[in-house]
Design a binder for this molecule. Structure first.
Ligand code: UGA
Ligand code: MN
Length: 242
């Protein structure tokens, strides 16, 4: 089966290195289609160049967030994932869907595990919240509860990178809300997921094959430095205006 790896992304100085690292991981994965949903009014050239250089089958979608979500605390990557879902519904009948932020780190083993997802599979995600991990709790081969430092009145307190879904279940009823912190839970509820349907992976959720890594934000250059020197700077490909 094909894996559809859905990555929301947006321009910032860390974007090129994050996507380069992720893309170079995906290049080792057989039968994977990379969907990059770009938070921009037109698809950016620097993202396209990375996509093409991987040689992978890809889809590049322009999916800017609605204007109201500009600011600081807003649901991130939702317009992007919704656009990818709609593309998938229109173009793909079978395969496995997996959401991965552009800044995550993934072990190649994970892809082989999620490839056989029947409905929804789940597994631990490292470097999440106060506990340093978010993981389903498995008893006798079944998911019975969740270990997560922010339960937040969620039925499925999991991270976006902690589950994969068989495309068969991506019907028109499936959606993701613009509610920060509840994107995963509401998405899974819209699938009609029940606890007993969940397929635990990664040795009954005892191993970590994906991490919610974060890169330290780029520090703005100190413009008090010699202005003459600044004009002499070459134009770098990946330089994003601040
Ligand atoms: C965490 C989860 O890992 C996300 O899947 C979830 O969407 C997010 O929380 C949330 O609940 O808002 P976190 O690492 O805190 O994510 O956030 P980012 O990595 O900054 O953003 C998540 C994804 O959205 C990334 O792939 C990022 O490139 C993208 N994004 C972020 C945009 O497309 N536009 C933005 O303005 C910001
Ligand atoms: Mn992230």
């Amino acid at each position: 089966k094909m894996i559809y790896y859905v990555t929301p992304t947006y321009p910032r100085p860390e974007q090129v290195p994050e996507l380069t690292r992720l893309g170079h991981t995906l290049m080792h994965v057989p039968r994977i289609h990379w969907i990059i949903a770009d938070d921009q009014p037109i698809c950016s050239d620097q993202v396209l160049i990375i996509l093409r250089r991987t040689g992978l089958p890809y889809t590049h979608i322009s999916s800017p967030k609605p204007y109201v979500y500009r600011g600081s605390n807003f649901p991130r990557g939702v317009a992007n994932r919704r656009a990818a879902l709609s593309w998938l519904r229109d173009n793909v009948q079978e395969g496995v869907l997996y959401f991965g932020d552009d800044d995550n780190t993934v072990d190649l083993q994970l892809f082989e595990e999620i490839r056989n997802t029947k409905k929804v599979s789940m597994f631990p995600v490292g470097l999440i919240g106060d506990y340093g991990i978010s993981a389903p709790i498995v008893k006798d081969g079944k998911v019975v509860a969740f270990f997560d430092s922010w339960p937040g009145s969620r039925k499925f307190p999991v991270d976006m990178a902690g589950f994969a879904v068989n495309m068969k279940y991506i019907t028109s009823a499936v959606t993701m809300p613009f509610i920060a912190g509840h994107e995963e839970d509401r998405f899974l509820l819209s699938l009609g997921l029940k606890l007993e349907d969940i397929e635990p992976l990664a040795d009954n959720c005892s191993r970590v094959f994906v991490w919610h890594t974060k890169t330290v934000k780029f520090k703005k250059p100190n413009l008090k430095m010699n202005i003459k020197k600044l004009h002499e700077l070459p134009k770098y490909d990946s330089f994003v205006k601040l």
